[in-house]
Design a protein around this ligand. Structure first.
Ligand code: DGY
Length: 419
């Protein structure tokens, strides 16, 4: 076992709270939705049963409407803001009231396909399958009310790319008046210069308070939100998860679930084409309120490669990544854009989870060389800078939280691909 593998396993064990894993102690002391699903992919390398439990725990807190919240506040912890009292979602175990990228369907399939104990895996999948399907159904019903084939996010935290340049223009519409006074906690754990700004936090909170005022009725939020963005990365994850869930369901004889998810994926894929930009050589976000494409060539439009886009599009995305010209790939924003910031969260830094999904998608589309370059660069980064939350794409400087769970999980996945 290499020391990289040993370190990764040590971090995953250190952040394990029994039935769920925290992203990192201090900064993120609860269970996060897409963190957990990606974490399970690392856990499978040394404890398959534990990997399934990570996802089981998340879905134990699914809302009756089908939504799976972005945070489950299992235990009280003062070190994080906004905590359960701000969300006030009135759930038996407190949760946030928004969601996150739908990685679960992809994770389920990967855990099942690669399981050494197939019988145990089948038992777990049969329980989780209808729950993940209910989440997908919820997405298309509440976040695509006009039936366009693509869903909208209503809060930047839903995309997981909190302060991406993608949100700057639509965020202008989000007011800040009337929000309750608050004290940030994140800036006590990480360098404020590497985190979102106060102006962004004010808007994050305005949206939370606005949705709370609607009683967290998830059928009302979409139309009532001044922030509705169709993000290609977010949709690609949901499309891929729907296709993976369809395959799984088919293999298990769940034909209705298979057909339903096959249809979600097909409609989504067809609609993705409307987000393509020849000028940028990648997909772009669409502001659903104005109808306009957002002129921001962020990593969200490269992450689109995670679903089955045409291979010419995948090749163009590979060329766009090459053109970034950074020492480490993949920068979350191109350095040629004056708004690029090498150290500020999602405005430039490299994130291993996104690298993993882009590499996986490019390999599936036949762009193996481009995928290999991302895998090699990701491992190079870890060997240079350790297991951080994110990294400066120019220097490799580790940024944000340390001993980060999903980074460790992705290292185990990358090492298995390299082998
Ligand atoms: C945070 O608090 O920084 C998170 O990204 C919200 O999920």
């Amino acid at each position: 076992m290499t020391s990289l593998t040993e370190n990764a396993i040590e971090i995953l064990r250190e952040n394990d709270r029994g039935s769920y894993t925290v992203p990192t102690k201090g900064l993120y002391p609860f269970q996060w939705n897409w963190d957990s699903c990606l974490t399970s992919l690392g856990q499978r390398h040394f404890d398959e049963a534990r990997a399934w439990t990570e996802i089981d725990t998340l879905f134990a807190h699914q809302w009756p409407c089908g939504m799976v919240p972005h945070i489950v506040f299992h235990k009280h912890d003062d070190g994080y803001f906004p905590g359960p009292d701000v969300w006030a979602t009135n759930r038996p175990v407190p949760t946030s009231g928004i969601t996150q990228p739908a990685v679960a369907g992809f994770a389920l399939r990967r855990l099942y396909d690669l399981a050494s104990d197939k019988a145990a895996a089948e038992t777990r999948v049969r329980v989780l399958l209808p729950k993940v399907a209910a989440w997908h159904r919820w997405f298309y019903a509440t976040r695509d009310p006009a039936g366009t084939g693509l869903v909208a996010i209503l809060h930047p935290w839903e995309a997981g790319r909190d302060n991406s340049i993608d949100w700057d223009t639509p965020f202008d519409r989000v007011p800040t008046d009337g929000i309750s006074p608050y004290t940030r906690r994140d800036t006590q754990h990480a360098d404020p210069a590497h985190r979102p700004t106060k102006e962004q936090y004010d808007r994050y909170l305005w949206l939370v308070e606005h949705f709370r005022g609607l009683g967290w009725d998830t059928t009302k939020l979409h139309d009532a939100s001044p922030f509705q963005v169709v993000d290609p990365g977010f949709n690609a994850i949901l499309i891929r998860a729907s296709a993976d869930l369809a395959d799984l369901a088919e293999g298990l004889g769940e034909t209705a679930l298979a057909a339903e998810n096959r249809a979600f994926a097909a409609r989504g894929l067809a609609a993705m084409e409307g987000l393509w930009s020849d000028a940028h050589g990648q997909y772009l976000c669409r502001d659903r309120v104005t109808g306009a494409l957002i002129d921001s060539a962020s990593i969200g439009g490269l992450l689109a490669a995670f679903c089955a886009i045409p291979s010419a599009r995948a090749q163009a995305i590979a060329a766009t990544i090459d053109a970034h010209g950074t020492r480490f790939r993949v920068a979350s924003h191109p350095p040629s854009d004056p708004r690029f910031d090498a150290k500020r969260y999602w405005r430039g830094p490299v994130w291993l989870v996104v690298n993993y999904m882009i590499a996986d998608g490019l390999a599936r589309a036949g762009a193996q060389e481009a995928a290999d370059k991302i895998t090699a660069s990701s491992l190079d980064l870890i060997r240079t800078s350790g297991f951080a939350e994110y990294y400066d794409p120019m220097t490799g400087e580790p940024l944000g939280g340390g001993r980060f769970t999903w980074t460790a999980a992705m290292v185990l996945e990358f090492l298995s691909m390299e082998a």
